[in-house]
Write a protein that binds this ligand. Sequence first.
Ligand SMILES: C[S@@+](CC[C@H](N)C(=O)[O-])C[C@H]1O[C@@H](n2cnc3c(N)ncnc32)[C@H](O)[C@@H]1O
Length: 218
Amino acid sequence: MRFANIKDRKFTTIIHQFSLAFYNTYIQQIKHTKWNHHKWKGLTLMKDPMTLSVYMMIIQELKPKTILEFGTYDGGSALWMEDIIKSLLLECEIHTFDINKERVNLPEDSNIKSHKLDNNKINEFINERRFLFEKMERPILIIEDSHVNSAGIIRSLDPFLKSGDYLVIEDTLDQKKYQETLLSENGIKNMNYEVDTFYCDFWGVNNSWNVNSIFRKI
Ligand SMILES: C[S@@+](CC[C@H](N)C(=O)[O-])C[C@H]1O[C@@H](n2cnc3c(N)ncnc32)[C@H](O)[C@@H]1O
């Protein structure tokens, strides 16, 4: 079955089956490359290759009309998504949020809306801009890639999502983030989401940095 309850999925990935020596080299190499060398139009595209390809598939299937990205860095991932959306002739409004908006370096002809947000103040931010969240066209794709108050971000945005919308929580290969965002009392295990195992296991069981953390709202 494609969709699964998070409680029925284990914190396991084929990456854990590598020998320790290969595992360490693999993790370090991919981290180094995605932070330093992986670029889109000169901007950092901080995604491992499997994750990038899964986003390409999700966008083609979901055809999102709104994307919210938490964690912009310099804007490479948002710009890449905008270009994929354009090449598919889709209409989609992309919003990207980061505490360090000064670093964002999107080209002038991009329609991406860049916002300054401290994740710890997400509720104030939403209250001041309710129209932005209430008017979102669906399907919606939310990407949490900022790693601060992630569970809080998800809780605050959940009321704006409806059945069929998608939520990707990145970097849950980090067991601490997995525990906090997925399995804590405040986490997604007590919310109305199911794991999309088709995308989580696309390149082999959880073969990416996102372990059991591609969700569809029920
Ligand atoms: C992993 S990077 C985002 C990478 C980008 N999504 C990509 O794929 O290329 C994480 C981002 O989270 C931002 N961040 C860190 N603390 C934050 C906070 N308290 N509120 C909002 N953003 C924060 C950082 O400034 C950084 O740009």
